[in-house]
Design a protein around this ligand. Structure first.
Ligand SMILES: CC(C)(COP(=O)(O)OP(=O)(O)OC[C@H]1O[C@@H](n2cnc3c(N)ncnc32)[C@H](O)[C@@H]1OP(=O)(O)O)[C@@H](O)C(=O)NCCC(=O)NCCS
Length: 216
């Protein structure tokens, strides 16, 4: 039997744990400095971070499934407002997994990390990840296209993304999807990695007329 092509759809509440698992695998190198206790600890910490509002994912997440398994995810951010975060319950949940010293370090890092705030009229591609066993099959490209559709549907004319200058596959992907370099900056790196990194900000203009024509 021919395998079904991967399917792209909006995430549901049931996807929280699989998304956390995928992120723990896809960003293992970035999260390793704090979560040295293995994949499962990373997954549980990421689940706590998502549950308690440090990574907004509801209403803005596109996922890719292959044979029923979640293999890709993209999370958009629509608003420049701070997400509603619950610091204490998140800290307690992290401490239950990695102990208080590491949980306090992780929380400090979460609170210090500059949020990616989309400029007016734009939305921010906050997270994009594909499972290592499913890479280079066009899944990320399809997720980016689904994000463009979602941006169009909300009348956003631009998508922006911050990408580590050392992340050659991601930079090649964004360039091939039509993103252009806007600026480079030194910022405290993603989520839990305690290091400053140079990031490129890239941007794509979305053709809103395409969506308006399709929906009229
Ligand atoms: C970056 C990432 C999302 C790409 O996912 P993917 O599904 O493998 O990407 P695609 O197969 O859709 O590739 C689309 C294009 O991206 C570029 N690309 C993807 N992987 C590449 C690689 N390893 N080297 C060079 N170019 C690459 C190519 O231009 C490719 O087009 P082509 O296949 O016609 O040559 C994936 O490698 C990943 O999850 N990395 C870890 C998490 C991460 O870094 N996320 C981005 C944070 S900003």
């Amino acid at each position: 039997m021919t395998p079904r092509p991967p399917d792209i759809s909006e995430a549901t509440a049931a996807d929280l744990s699989p998304i956390a698992e995928l992120l723990s695998i896809a960003f293992a190198d970035e999260y390793a400095p704090l979560f040295t206790r293995g994949d499962d600890a990373r997954r549980r910490c990421l689940e706590a971070i998502m549950t308690h509002g440090f990574l907004e994912w509801r209403d803005s997440t596109v996922v890719c499934r292959a044979d029923g398994k979640l293999v890709g995810v993209a999370i958009l951010r629509w608003t420049p407002r701070q997400p509603r975060r619950r610091v204490l319950p998140c800290l307690q949940a992290l401490a239950a997994v990695i102990g208080w010293p590491r949980a306090l370090l992780a929380m400090g890092s979460l609170l210090l990390t500059p949020e990616q705030r989309p400029p007016r009229g734009a939305c921010e591609l906050l997270v994009l990840a594909v499972h290592p066993e499913h890479r280079q099959r066009g899944i990320a490209r399809r997720l980016v296209a689904a994000c463009e559709d979602a941006a169009c549907a909300r009348g956003r004319s631009r998508i922006t993304v911050a990408v580590d200058v050392r992340n050659a596959p991601a930079i090649a992907l964004y360039q091939s999807c039509g993103f252009r370099h806007v600026e480079s900056r030194l910022i405290l790196a993603d989520l839990l990695a305690f290091r400053a990194s140079r990031y490129h900000r890239m941007q794509k203009r979305v053709d809103l007329s395409k969506w308006q024509n399709a929906s009229s």
